[in-house]
Design a binder for this molecule. Sequence first.
Ligand code: TGC
Ligand code: FAD
Length: 392
Amino acid sequence: MKPDLFEAPDYYNIDDLLTEEHKLIRDAARAWVKRDVSPIIEEAAQTATFPKSIIPGLAEIGAFGPYIPEQYGGAGLDQISYGLIMQEIERGDSGVRSTASVQSSLVMYPIWKYGNEEQRNKYLPKLASGEWMGSFGLTEPDHGSNPSGMTTNYKDMGDHYLLNGAKLWISNSPFCDVAVVWAKNEEGRIHGIIVERGMEGFTTPETHNKWSLRASATGELIFQDVKVPKENLLPNKSGLGAPLGCLDSARYGIAWGVIGAAMDCYDTALRYSKERVQFGRPIGGFQLQQKKLAEMITEITKAQLLCLRLGQLKNENKATSAQISMAKRNNVDMALKVARDARQMLGGMGITGEYPIMRHMMNLESVVTYEGTHDIHLLITGLDITGINAFK
Ligand code: TGC
Ligand code: FAD
């Protein structure tokens, strides 16, 4: 892979709207990605290997629990800092951002929000440091977009719970130390339960042959009569709203993250267009190529502004789930289109691992599907503006 020459586009001087702390945090994450992710990520993706060596670095830049209070080992940052970290990590690779999203918003967040003090003290510091890695089990083989139909269940056996069922498409599952699993009790009510590696009957087979997110490990969570101690139940929230609340936080991070992937594709295509000569001139001088570049930077700039405003709303606790859905859907779609146009601009070179574009493009095919598909988020907006539910 070529040396990482990334220069972040900031067409509307959005940096002027950030605080010095935001910029310091962002720049530290950017420097870490250049130093520790860019040199190894192409090989990790080509060989479909999760690069475990980056775990301590992710912890150091505050990517594990950016907004979790410092007393639990988190970085205690605001929501804009969280977004900027996700943007920089996904500039490196969506799979690396996935690892951080799951750890922060899908594992640490529910333990922090729905757990008790003992659970917070037991799990959060180890998750923040990367000593333990987590996964989040909501999706099942027969229940993806419609998680309320889940069949994973637990029974009260007096001194413990007995957990049965299976989760599919679970990021980090093959190496996770703990899993936050969503399961129904005997009354059919959904609860979060913490399952630890080593519990008898709990297995995590890896899903192979992915063409997307190849540097992220994906797998199953299988529970066959797993005895889970009663103290592992998250006590403070139940119902589908509990996992969906975690998704709000992760989807918000994705809305920022994919801007990073789009910026990397744009920056690569812009540089290439000035160097690549055809018909005796740089291809960046042809109107058709300028159209692609101009549209890319326009859409990236709109996405940056959308996220910044959403971050302000999140900081004030005013962001709605539907606003987050709109940003996730818009920005992932934007990044996919930027990646596809950028790839074309590199001609044949665009399909090789010499440049990051094809990897970003393939990764984004997962990002547009997970955490609620493109169509599901459109229906969430439709419901919000009309008041009429198209799901039921
Ligand atoms: P519905 O009846 O609408 O809602 C049930 C309860 O949940 C509440 N609620 C929310 N709460 C918090 N945040 C949200 N975003 C919420 N949306 C709904 C709602 O108020 C209600 O509460 P209550 O108290 O009245 O019970 O539920 P539904 O069954 O009709 O489903 C709605 C739908 C389709 C929007 C939802 O199920 C959905 O979002 N489906 C998409 C599934 C999804 O996103 N799965 C993601 C799995 S995790 C993942 O992909 C991780 S990838 C990580 C990585 O690698 O980065
Ligand atoms: P389906 O729900 O079967 O949808 C298939 C198609 O039908 C989609 O296009 C969808 O938009 C459409 N559709 C469904 N319902 C409607 C409707 N009502 N109206 C119109 N169209 C509809 N899940 C986890 O729990 N934890 C994880 O860590 C995790 N990581 C993932 C990592 C990867 C790489 C991938 C690919 C997925 C991951 N997922 C995870 C699962 C992910 O959230 C689901 O794939 C996603 O929610 C969609 O579910 P599905 O794949 O079953 O598709």
